[in-house]
Design a protein. Structure first.
Length: 216
């Protein structure tokens, strides 16, 4: 993507996030999106088939960047801290886009639901960790493994949906502790990991490969 295309995508991204915060993205027309971004209507279709699709693309891009930052090439010894770090970062991402996710995960979100997108992201992160580490997954075959992955992903999303109903400022560490109590013992960042990491590094990301760390 060249500089001109990136600038256009940035304008469209800012516009769709603003419009989605104001009301249901399913009510946003392509014309309204184009006007808000200051581009031609035909330009919108170069990046997405509809406003809801563009919203998913924008949110997915942010989530994928967090996955790449925290989970790619993580050593087995750092896996628990990495899971906690990326979960904390995702929660802050969701909280930043509070109105968007409250509508997108709600029971009345309909065709504009963000549940499938978020579930796919979590399942991708889970699969990445399973591929990188020799985790003992309680699954007899690939079908059961996929079921376990889906169970972890959708269970986390359900908990996030409830968490979003709480007033701001929301307690990220309390949510991490709750998820840790519910997470299977074989999964990195489970209850033991939350007790150890959550109290030791409440304001910092886990150590990065090579010894570097990133302040949040």
């Amino acid at each position: 993507m060249d500089a001109r295309q990136q600038k256009t995508l940035t304008r469209l991204s800012d516009a769709i996030l603003t419009l989605a915060e104001r009301g249901p993205v399913s009510d946003v027309s392509v014309s309204a999106l184009a006007e808000a971004a200051g581009v031609h209507r035909s330009t919108v279709y170069e990046y997405a088939a509809s406003p809801p699709e563009l919203l998913e693309r924008v949110l997915r891009s942010e989530l994928d960047a967090l996955r790449a930052e925290y989970l790619v090439d993580v050593t087995p010894s750092d896996a628990g801290a990495a899971v906690l770090g990326v979960t904390r970062a995702v929660l802050r991402h969701v909280d930043e886009h509070d109105a968007v996710y409250r509508r997108g995960l709600g029971a009345e979100s309909g065709a504009a639901s963000l549940h499938a997108m978020l579930s796919e992201h979590f399942q991708g992160s889970i699969d990445l960790l399973l591929e990188q580490h020799s985790l003992v997954v309680p699954a007899a075959d690939d079908l059961e493994r996929r079921a376990v992955s889906r169970y972890l992903a959708d269970g986390t999303i359900g908990a996030i949906d409830v968490w979003l109903t709480s007033p701001r400022p929301r307690d990220v560490d309390a949510f991490l502790a709750l998820v840790g109590r519910l997470t299977p013992a074989w999964w990195p960042g489970g209850d033991a990991g939350v007790r150890a990491e959550g109290t030791r590094r409440p304001h910092h990301a886990p150590a990065r490969p090579g010894g570097a760390s990133r302040a949040e």
